[in-house]
Design a protein around this ligand. Structure first.
Ligand code: ADP
Length: 446
């Protein structure tokens, strides 16, 4: 096992990782920006180092500072969490050069799956279904011809994209031309790579993703699916597991496709294969996230697998501690992402000081968070306050438990998305389970 793990992240995910390390018995090293000096991830770690200024580019994305902290503290592994360095193949490569284990896949499989167009090609070659689409667009007239062939609408995507950025839907050839140009500019700006491709835009599919976990010995196991169809601007708002739209037969097929996808990439570590599911239960590979995901906790609740602990375990070179047959999914779990945002002002970020904080509790309720009463939410990073997760034997019991927990939760001093979720969880369409990624386009408070 590792002697010491450095966590190259902040917020709730840094704490999630510290907790797993503590339970295994590994000392931890936190790194932090000046703005995060008062953060819980700093006080909970065995030791902590300030690595730079407030902007992420000066701290959590500052490779020389992170590596120096690892070398000074004697950490032999780095956990990148999600976001920041988690999908940077160059960072994984630099860790390797310094004999530090990057807790994640190899730089080679990150590169392969991190580039969406290459990932699609790899999947198609292994007969994993993908949406009809093109490779990197080099000629706009050719792209227009392809779009005619697939039929509008189509979606232009940055091959290096993520987080809902660098994606634009086009309904006409004129829009297509315009969006290719806009996407290229955005892609260059956000991801440093202007390449874009295009695929058929499915009208209101469901977003279904499968959690996989793979060791260095070729064992790949899936932990079932999550449904992340409730989105705003292609960003997830609520996740649940299992999906109300997936029956046992489709689950089996999805699981097999996900395992095949992971094997095709020679993948090791934890990862998520994202699919779109249409009304006829056809599913299409969309992308792979080569890291721990925000919503991993709901899969932990229905599978009883500690995903982070297992991730550290396999990164240290151990065999997966279970096989596919050992995995028995049970009950239902839902997650709400509670953000410091004002739902009445178009989800405008609302950083500031939390002056009152009471968390919900009780059987089947989990709150993963880094905040406390008196905590100042800095304006420099994402606005996540906490992930509220509930488990119950059935979906309806879980939904009611979530409503109860949302009503118990008190956060004062900053605007939050709590009232938004309290309404949404009681919405008839949400209750029915019969929704898709178009849900928020028509959603109105009851
Ligand atoms: P990102 O990597 O930025 O998260 P994704 O490729 O995962 O982007 O897509 C995010 C969301 O965009 C999906 O969950 C889905 O709602 C929508 N989307 C992406 N591709 C398509 C498509 N071909 N058809 C319909 N919706 C899509």
């Amino acid at each position: 096992m590792f002697k010491k793990v450095l966590i190259a992240n902040r917020g709730e995910v840094a704490i999630r990782i510290i907790r797993a390390c503590r339970e295994i018995g590994i000392p931890t090293v936190s790194v932090y920006s000046q703005a995060d000096a008062g953060s819980l991830h700093v006080s909970l770690a065995t030791e902590a180092y300030c690595i730079g200024g407030n902007e992420s580019s000066k701290s959590y994305l500052n490779i020389p500072a992170i590596i120096s902290a690892a070398l000074i503290s004697g950490a032999d592994a780095i956990h990148p969490g999600y976001g920041f360095m988690s999908e940077r193949a160059d960072f994984a490569e630099i860790c390797r050069e310094h004999n530090i284990t990057f807790i994640g896949p190899s730089p080679e499989s990150m590169q392969l799956m991190g580039d969406k167009a290459t990932a699609r090609k790899t999947m198609a070659a292994k007969n994993v279904p993908i949406t009809p689409g093109t490779g990197i667009i080099t000629d706009i007239e050719e792209a227009k011809k392809s779009a005619e062939k697939f039929g509008y609408p189509v979606i232009v995507k940055a091959t290096a994209g993520g987080g809902g950025k660098g994606m634009r839907v086009a309904n006409t050839p004129e829009e297509l031309e315009q969006n290719i140009n806009l996407c290229r500019q955005e892609a260059e700006k956000f991801f440093g790579n202007p390449d874009v491709y295009m695929e058929k835009y499915l009208v209101n599919p469901r977003h279904i993703e499968v959690q996989i976990i793979a060791d260095k010995f070729g064992n790949v196991v899936h932990l079932g699916e999550r449904d992340c169809s409730i989105q705003r601007r292609h960003q997830k708002l609520i996740e649940e597991a299992p999906s109300p739209a997936v029956d046992d037969e489709t689950r089996k097929k999805l699981g097999e496709a996900a395992v095949q996808a992971a094997k095709a990439a020679n993948y090791e570590g934890v990862g998520t294969i994202e699919f779109l599911l249409d009304k006829d239960k056809n599913f299409y590979f969309m992308e792979m996230n080569t890291r721990l995901q925000v919503e991993h906790g709901i899969t932990e609740m229905i599978s009883n697998v500690d995903i982070v602990r297992e991730q550290i375990n396999i990164a240290a070179g151990n065999k997966l501690s279970f096989t596919q047959d050992d995995i028995k999914l049970s009950g239902h779990a839902i997650e709400c992402r509670i953000n410091a945002e004002d739902p009445d002002r178009n989800f405008l970020p609302a950083p500031g000081e939390i002056n009152g904080y009471i968390t919900p509790g009780g059987f089947g309720v989990r709150v993963d968070s880094h905040v406390y009463s008196g905590y100042k939410i800095p304006p420099y990073y994402d606005s996540l306050i906490s992930k509220l997760m509930c488990w119950a034997p059935t979906r309806e019991e879980c939904r009611r438990r979530m409503y109860r927990a949302l009503k118990e939760y008190v956060i004062t001093g900053v605007k939050t998305t709590l009232p938004f979720y309290q309404d949404l969880i009681e919405n008839e369409v949400f209750i029915s389970g019969n929704f898709d990624t178009g849900f928020m386009n028509t959603y109105k408070k009851d």
